[in-house]
Design a protein around this ligand. Sequence first.
Ligand code: ZN
Length: 331
Amino acid sequence: MEIRSARRLHRPARAETSAPRSSLGARLGSAGRIQFRDLCYDVLAGSSTNDEHTLLKGPMSKISADSNVNKHGLSRHIPSEIRRTIRQGCGFGCVICGAALYQYEHINPEFQDAVAHDPARMALLCAQCHDKVTRRRLSKESVDAARKNPKCLQQGYTRDFLACGDNGEILLNLGPIVTIGCKRILRILGDDVLWVNPPEVPGGPARLNAMFQNAGGEAICEIVDNEIRVRKTNWDVEIVGPELTIRNGAGDIALVFRSEAGHSMRIERLRMRHRSVEVLIQKDGLLEFGASNTFRQQLSGSMFFHTESCVEVFQDHLRIGGNSILRPGTM
Ligand SMILES: [Zn+2]
């Protein structure tokens, strides 16, 4: 899900012929080879590295192709606290377009000239906007201006589109609950919390919708017809590989949502309150519901296939699959 990069291709002969050429490189032909090589990246989907790009890189001689430090001895690795500060300052998405998939960038000065990872001089940029800068279709001044007024802070959220709903149905795991092609996955006190709308046109994708809140009952994230929107008011939002994590504070996880191509989407961790009802999915994988002083119920696993209504939570009980009413305890 996340595309991070950092390693330059340092096999000139192969890179220049097999890697996709930028229009700039193609236009310049042989005269542009050195510059084109500078524009090449080894894209690592789901990489766990914390390296970053730099914008409009200069000649290869400025930084050794194999080096992880620049001429000032600054490592490409960005400490986690600094990355969090950058995320918070940018509203958790690309400063230009608001996309939730991003890279950490030195904008002024560029990495090759930087003496420190200064959050105020760094920004989040998505791959597409970064590419526009690299191709000089977007100026560095525009990035500077966007860093001062990030898109996500303007619109209130960062966003991404979920590639899901193929074959007209959604595959989603809510903790231990497996749902395939279901309509109403979770409903609490009469409010839809997790549900699926049918395709808008024949052959189109089914559309996932969700309203996630934190343990204090504040909205943290919505999914609107497969577009996930994460609020800027969160303490931290991090995407690593296919996994989105929202935290209320250090070590305080509100949501872990995993969306990996070829697999069902998974809500792996959740700690939310909707009105008087608490919903909990912890490391043990159990799904737990509770309402203040009235009941507490754990579910260890169920599968729903093309079910109209999977889990409904009332003030004092649960309804599973539209007709089973559970007694307090674990099933
Ligand atoms: Zn962007």
